[in-house]
Write a protein that binds this ligand. Sequence first.
Ligand code: ATP
Ligand code: MG
Length: 387
Amino acid sequence: MKTGKLPFTYGKIVSTKAFTNREEEIEKLIKNLKSGINTIIVSPRRRGKSSLVKKAFIELENEKKLKLISLDLFSISSKEEFLHKFASEVIKASASKLDDWIKISKEFFKTLIPKFQFSAEADSEFSISFDYAGIKKDPSEILNLPERIAQKKKIKFIIAIDEFQNLSEYTGFKTFEKKLRAEWQKHKHVTYCLFGSKNHMMADIFNNPSKPFYRFGDIMMLSKIKREKWIPFITNAFKETGKNISKQNAGLITDLMKCHSWYVQQLSHYTWTRTNKRASKREIQDALTELINGNSPLYEREVEICSRTQVNLIKAIIKGKEQLSSTAVMQEFQLGTPNNVSKNVKRLSESGIIEKAGKKYEMLDPAFEIWFKQIFFNVKLKTYFKL
Ligand SMILES: Nc1ncnc2c1ncn2[C@@H]1O[C@H](COP(=O)(O)OP(=O)(O)OP(=O)(O)O)[C@@H](O)[C@H]1O
Ligand SMILES: [Mg+2]
């Protein structure tokens, strides 16, 4: 979606105007990264991990002797591809000129022989390749590249890796995971910031005492942006673009979307586009209708792949039931056996539909919940508005 003069952004990483709050998290992240503490960021989907790291990197950009590298594993599908990308980005960050890149490669690779490919369009685009057999035998030369360059050139690297959990889907990950950890933990001049959108996979890599990455670094749990931060963010964004919204209505948007980063932005955006001068509940209700209708194919698909007992479990959770495997709840909502309940809780948590909040479970996606209530409990959208 276009940004231009639009004050709200969703669906992409935000780091400048559309970014709000997170002062404490930014401060902590920057402090960690500057003092060499590896940091893992976890949160449910679309809360703002990628945006937070981007923002921190912008603030670190002018630090002398600090080289920043951002890798996104979203489209990288094998260990070899990862290693190639890792090596290319480290070399690119180490120097600003092509001649130096070649020099560095010659100097720092002893067993692997790098080949360069340059892009015809952009000067700064290049990739590096090695012969696969060499990498397969021993990737350490690549994994230790940043540390060795940093020592020699008296610089430091911060390497951020988004969608880190993708690594665990690569063939041969188990051995590779051990190797990664063994090499990276020796690094004194490289700090890693690892995060990703699949919460349960991230937890399995970092919270499991029997896995190599256990205690690899400081784990930062990203909480929701608070209501009292969203309200001035929304009212100011309206004001700055010549429109108006009351604190109360900004609060309504925030509450409807339960402070969910993406959805507060999306509902604010739809409300803003419908508003001429002053946003009233009418605009917010129309915006909510648009949002729910627009997202409904997604929710339908989500429900389609759920079993009947899983759908029933969602119903029980929405009704605020805590004791999901008590006989009364299991009977009332037809949840099957206690074994079904625990399997379904696991499956719905892993697919990011529910999350534990204190003692009970909650729906993770506020708009999905509104849609679900509309379909299964016949709760009309207008009931959220007292017009
Ligand atoms: N600090 C912030 N201020 C305002 N909006 C934010 C902020 N952080 C995130 N958002 C909103 O949430 C959306 C999702 O953010 P982002 O992509 O950074 O989350 P994520 O946690 O990396 O998501 P995923 O788990 O899907 O990778 C953004 O497009 C933006 O609309
Ligand atoms: Mg992300």
